[in-house]
Design a protein around this ligand. Structure first.
Ligand SMILES: *[C@@H]1O[C@H](CO)[C@@H](O)[C@H](O)[C@H]1NC(C)=O
Ligand SMILES: *[C@@H]1O[C@H](CO)[C@@H](O)[C@H](O)[C@H]1NC(C)=O
Length: 407
């Protein structure tokens, strides 16, 4: 893959000395035990793996079989991609899942779910919004009332997830504010305030912002106030570098969607996992963070089969190719694939010192102007970011329609 951007950046900016910073993540690595090896009646000969599902997690048969999932969890902190309380709960019980997340899709699904628990969250959100923004005479700014209801619903869902996982839960700022720093900051503060009202401290929450220049600048302001941020919809090195420079707590690059773009662009049907453009992009971001001592966590999400879906076992190609990165968000289906794959398939591919040594990027400092100039050259970033924001905007609008009906 070519990175003309890098060349331009390197040529235009003064290079700072490359200090290789050893990175020790502040978060701890969890060791998970999916299989109870104390039951010797299964013995080593029984290699029947346990499929994790909403109903079987607590009944894991005993075996000395060690899965790829366990080995991966020893080197990378894992998080689940699901807004379904029961699914998150069953995976959290394995001790494997540290974090969880909400997003406009999950919140909208919760609103439309119909299950009594979700219905309770929705009606609470509606009455909360009425209490906070309306008077006897009515709701003077209906749009604001809906925004409060929407955020409160996300908080209600997030607070359930906080009780299930030991780590953090991300909550997204209204995607429609992705190009408005000031209003994003205000909404984020309000979300943190809502969490505090129901007893959830801000250190259990990450505020999710889209990886636009404006979103990243909102993160800069919030981080300075002690509110930690997750920069999402990251498709390019530029977004990652800007996030690190703004001291964002975490970024979520999407290797799978980067791969989609490159496959479409080049007509290539498959890549070897180590040459997958999505994998390479994430490695480059991680290497830059570690080389220059940025504490920003690199937490990829969104996975595709590098070699193409017709190749057996390719569903976890990108995950295995990034084994060792700080954290990963993995959907239930791929957690399951990893749990039935043997441990020997996991070879650490990413580690801080090696990554730092391999980094060829300078520690250039981005400004709004230079960012805009480079962004113009980044077609994958532009297209995928727009697509991501548009898709979440559709979900947000659906959610608003559902909420209007509830008022
Ligand atoms: C061990 O596993 C076998 C097979 O699942 C089961 O029948 C037996 O009850 C287990 N023993 C203990 C002590 O858990
Ligand atoms: C950060 O956001 C991404 C993208 O939505 C998500 O997959 C990930 O789980 C979030 N991280 C945490 C720690 O919540």
């Amino acid at each position: 893959m070519k990175f003309p951007l890098l060349t331009i950046v390197a040529a235009l900016t003064a290079l700072s000395p490359a200090s290789v910073a050893a990175f020790s993540p502040s978060h701890h690595a969890t060791t998970i035990k999916l299989y109870d090896i104390s039951n010797t009646s299964w013995g080593i000969s029984s290699r029947t793996p346990v499929r994790i599902s909403a109903t079987t997690t607590s009944k894991a048969p005993t075996s000395l079989y060690i899965s790829a999932l366990e080995t991966l969890a020893d080197m990378t902190i894992l998080s689940i991609d699901s807004g379904d309380i029961d699914t998150v709960s069953s995976y959290a019980k394995t001790g494997l899942i540290t974090d969880a997340t909400t997003n406009p899709l999950f919140v909208s699904q919760a609103a439309a779910n119909g299950d009594v628990r979700y219905e309770a969250m929705v009606s609470d959100a509606v009455s909360y919004a009425k209490r906070v923004t309306c008077t006897e005479g009515g709701c003077p700014v209906p749009e604001e009332t809906l925004n409060v209801a929407m955020d409160k619903l996300a908080v209600n869902l997030g607070r359930e997830l906080v009780n299930l996982v030991p780590g953090r839960v991300s909550t997204e700022v209204d995607i429609r504010l992705s190009y408005d720093t000031q209003r994003s900051v205000e909404r984020a503060r309000s979300i943190i305030g809502m969490y505090k009202e129901c007893g959830v401290p801000s250190n259990r929450i990450l505020i999710k912002l889209a990886g636009t220049w404006e979103g990243v600048q909102a993160a800069r302001i919030l981080e300075a106030e002690g509110i930690q941020c997750n920069i999402t919809l990251v498709f390019s090195f530029l977004q990652a570098a800007a996030s690190a420079q703004a001291k964002a707590y975490l970024i979520s690059p999407f290797p799978g969607r980067i791969l989609d773009w490159h496959k479409k662009q080049s007509g290539t049907a498959g890549y070897s996992p180590d040459a997958d453009p999505g994998v390479l992009a994430v490695k480059r971001m991680y290497a830059y963070f570690r080389k220059f001592g940025y504490n920003t966590i690199c937490m990829p999400a969104s996975w595709r089969p590098s070699r193409g879906s017709e190749v057996l076992g390719s569903d976890v190609d990108e995950i295995l190719a990034l084994a060792g990165v700080d954290e990963m968000t993995i959907p239930p289906s791929l957690l399951n694939s990893l749990s039935i794959l043997e441990s020997t398939n996991v070879v650490r591919k990413v580690e801080p010192m090696g990554a730092a040594a391999s980094c060829n990027d300078p520690d250039f400092k981005l400004t709004e102007e230079s960012y805009a100039a480079y962004w113009k050259t980044d077609v994958c970033g532009q297209e995928k970011l727009k697509e991501g924001i548009d898709a979440f905007t559709v979900e947000t609008e659906k959610l608003i329609k559902i909420l209007i009906d509830k008022f």
